[in-house]
Write a protein that binds this ligand. Structure first.
Ligand code: MCA
Ligand code: AMP
Length: 509
C-alpha cells in the first residue's frame, strides 16, 4: 500500500498539531476529517485547480486532492489575467478549490467552484456524514492507495521563452524527495517547521507543507514572511526554518532592529536555504550573529530536490552538498563528455580533474514525468540516455560537494527565488501600446539575488511610458514578482547582423 501521508491515515499522531496558519490550526485528526470530507467530493474529478493563498484552506485543499488521487494545480493568486488564462486553459481543471469569500478573477469564472471548509469540529466525532457520504469523520478515506506513478501536482514554471509550462509531478517523486530529505536532515515527526513561503511552488508547498505532514510533524506558516514572525515561532519551539536567500538576507539585515532574532535563529535545529544561491556575505553574517551555518539544498520544479548539505555535514558556503539518496547526478560538458558522476547510492565514480565545469544532469525517482501538453519540451529536457538536463553549471569541490557556478541560459532570471523567463516579460512589454521594442535581462541585486531589468525602445522617444506604468502592465498581465524593477529607455537595441539582440551590450549605467 502506497500512502503519501502515513501519519494522517493511521491516526498515530491524531492530537498533534499538523498545520498552523496565524491563529488557526488543525491537529492530524482534524486535518484527516476536513481533507477526508473534501476528498470525497473530489472523487472522480480529472484535475482540480487550487487558489493557493498562504492559508489553511490551501493546505487542506491540496491534501484533499492528494487523498482523492486527483492531480492539483496550485495557482498563484497574484497572477495576472494573461498568466492565469494560460494556466487554466492549458491544465483544464474540472473545478477550482478556494477559501469561502475568496474573489476569483475572470479566467476562473467559468469553472465550478468548491469552497474548502476547514472544520475542526468534524474530528471531535460529531458523527455527521461528511459531504459526499464516504468519508467518516476522523478518517482520511478515500483514495489513500493509488499508483505511485500517477500525477499528484502540476506546478507551472517559467522557461526562457513563451508562457510557463506545467511540470507533472508524480506521487512517487514527492515521497522520494521528502524521504531523502528526512535522511539528509534527520527530519522527524518531532520537528516543527516555520516558514513564510508561497504555496504555489515546490519549495513552499511540497517541501514546506507536505514535508512535515509526511513525517507526522508540524508546520507553522507565517502568512507573510517577516523577521518578527520567524523569531516568535523559533522562540515558541519551532525547530527548523526554510527560506529563499532573499529571506535570509532580510533576516541578516534585521539583526540590529530585532535584538532577539539572532538568539532565536541560534536555537533552531536547522536553518535551510534554497531556490537560489545564498551569497557568502549573508552566510557569514548569519553565522557570526547566530553561531549557526545555513544548510543549502539544490532543487528544481522538474526534479524536486537533488542535493543537500547534510545535517551532520559541514556547511561550506557556496556548495549545495551531495546528491540525496536515490539521485544519480553527473556533470556533462558541452560536447556531451561526462566529466564527473555519482551513482544513485551516493558513491562518487570516475576521475574528475577537480576544476572542469559541466551541466548538472540528474535521474532518479524524484523526477517529474513531463510537461503537460508539451511532448516537444519534455523530449528536449532529457539527454538521449534519459538524464534530465538542469541547465545549471557546476563543479565538484574537493570534498565531492556540488558548487553551482552559473546557468546555461542567460534568459532565465532568479529573483527572490522565483524563476522568471526573459522572453515571457519581453512579450508582455511588447503588448504595451507605447513600446516598440523590448529586451529583458537579470541584474545583480543584493536583496533579490537578481532583479528584472528592461530596456525599452518606446514608440515615441519624447514621450515614453513611465517605468511605473510598464512595471504595473507586467504585474497585472503576468505577476507582480515578474515586473521590471529597472527600466531604461533607448533609441535602438544593440543587434547583430542577423537582427538578434546582443544582451551583453545593453547599457547598464
Ligand atoms: C509592487 N506590488 C505590485 C506592484 N508593485 N503589485 C501590482 N503591481 C505593481 N506594479 C506589490 C506586490 O504584489 C506585493 O504586495 C508588494 O508590492 C511587494 O512585492 P515584491 O516587491 O515583489 O515582494 P517582495 O517583498 O520583494 O518579495 C520578496 C520575497 C518573495 C518575499 C522573498 O520574492 C518570495 O516570496 N519569494 C519566494 C519564491 C519561492 O518560493 N520560490 C520557490 C520556487 P503585498 O505587499 O501585498 O504582498 S523555486 C522551487 O520551488 C525550487 C524547487 C527550489 O529549489 O526551491
Ligand atoms: P525553479 O525552476 O523555480 O524550480 O528553480 C530551479 C532553479 O533554482 C535551479 O535550476 C537552480 O538554478 C536554482 N536553485 C535552486 N536551489 C539552489 C541553490 N541552493 N543554489 C543555487 N541555485 C539554486
Amino acid at each position: 500500500m502506497f500512502s503519501l501521508f502515513p501519519a494522517l491515515v493511521s491516526g498515530s499522531v491524531a492530537d498533534r498539531s499538523a498545520l498552523r496558519f496565524g491563529d488557526r490550526s488543525l491537529t492530524y485528526a482534524e486535518l484527516a476529517a476536513s481533507a477526508g470530507a473534501l476528498a470525497a467530493r473530489l472523487d472522480g474529478a480529472a484535475r482540480v485547480a487550487v487558489w493557493a493563498t498562504p492559508t489553511l484552506e490551501t493546505a487542506v485543499g491540496v491534501v484533499a486532492a492528494l487523498l482523492a488521487g486527483v492531480p492539483a494545480v496550485p495557482l498563484n493568486p497574484r497572477s495576472g489575467e494573461a498568466e492565469l488564462g494560460h494556466i487554466v486553459g492549458d491544465s483544464a481543471p474540472s473545478l477550482v478549490l478556494a477559501a469561502p469569500g475568496d474573489v476569483l478573477p475572470a479566467p476562473l469564472g467559468a469553472l465550478e467552484r468548491v469552497d474548502v471548509t476547514v472544520d475542526p469540529g468534524l474530528a471531535a466525532g460529531t458523527k455527521e456524514e461528511a459531504p459526499g457520504g464516504t468519508a467518516a469523520p476522523g478518517s482520511a478515506a478515500p483514495g489513500t492507495v493509488t499508483d505511485p506513478g500517477s500525477p499528484a501536482l502540476v506546478v507551472y514554471t517559467s522557461g526562457t521563452t513563451g508562457p510557463p509550462k506545467g511540470a507533472v509531478i508524480p506521487r512517487r517523486a514527492i515521497a522520494a524527495t521528502l524521504d531523502a530529505l528526512a535522511d539528509a536532515w534527520q527530519w522527524t515527526g518531532d520537528d516543527v517547521l516555520v516558514h513564510g513561503l508561497p504555496l504555489f511552488h515546490v519549495h513552499g508547498l511540497i517541501i514546506g507543507v507536505l514535508g512535515p505532514l509526511r513525517r507526522g510533524g508540524s508546520v507553522r506558516h507565517l502568512g507573510r514572511f517577516g523577521a518578527e514572525g520567524v523569531a516568535r515561532e523559533l522562540d515558541a519551539g519551532a525547530t527548523m526554518l526554510f527560506g529563499v536567500p532573499t529571506m535570509y538576507h532580510r533576516l541578516a539585515e534585521a539583526f540590529d532592529e530585532h535584538p532577539g532574532l539572532a538568539g532565536a535563529l541560534g536555537r533552531a535545529r536547522l536553518l535551510v536555504s534554497g531556490s537560489a544561491a545564498l551569497p557568502l556575505h549573508d552566510h557569514e553574517r548569519i553565522r557570526a550573529a547566530t553561531g549557526r551555518g545555513v544548510v543549502e539544498r539544490y532543487g528544481m520544479t522538474e526534479t524536486l530536490m537533488n542535493t543537500s548539505v547534510r545535517a551532520d555535514g559541514e556547511v561550506r558556503p557556496g556548495t549545495v552538498g551531495v546528491p540525496l539518496p536515490g539521485v544519480g547526478l553527473r556533470l556533462v560538458e558541452e560536447d556531451g563528455t561526462t566529466i564527473a558522476w555519482y551513482e544513485a547510492d551516493g558513491t562518487p565514480a570516475g576521475a574528475y580533474d577537480g576544476e572542469s565545469v559541466g551541466e548538472i544532469q540528474v535521474r532518479g525517482p524524484n523526477l517529474f514525468t513531463g510537461y503537460l501538453n508539451r511532448p516537444d519540451a519534455t523530449a528536449a529536457a532529457f539527454s538521449a540516455d534519459g538524464w534530465f538536463r538542469t541547465g545549471d553549471m557546476a563543479v565538484l569541490d574537493p570534498g565531492g560537494s556540488v558548487r553551482i557556478v552559473g546557468r546555461k541560459a542567460t534568459d532565465l532570471i532568479k529573483s527572490g527565488g522565483y524563476k522568471i523567463g526573459a522572453g515571457e516579460i519581453e512579450n508582455a512589454l511588447l503588448e504595451h501600446p507605447g513600446v516598440r521594442e523590448a529586451a529583458v535581462a537579470g541584474e545583480p541585486d543584493a536583496d533579490l539575488g537578481e532583479r528584472v531589468a528592461a530596456w525599452i525602445v518606446p514608440l515615441d522617444l519624447r514621450e515614453p511610458p513611465s517605468a511605473e506604468e510598464l512595471a504595473g502592465h507586467v504585474a497585472n498581465r503576468l505577476a507582480p514578482h515578474k515586473r521590471p524593477r529597472t527600466v531604461r529607455f533607448l533609441a535602438a537595441l544593440p543587434r547583430n547582423d542577423m537582427g538578434k539582440i546582443l544582451k551583453r551590450e545593453l547599457p547598464r549605467d
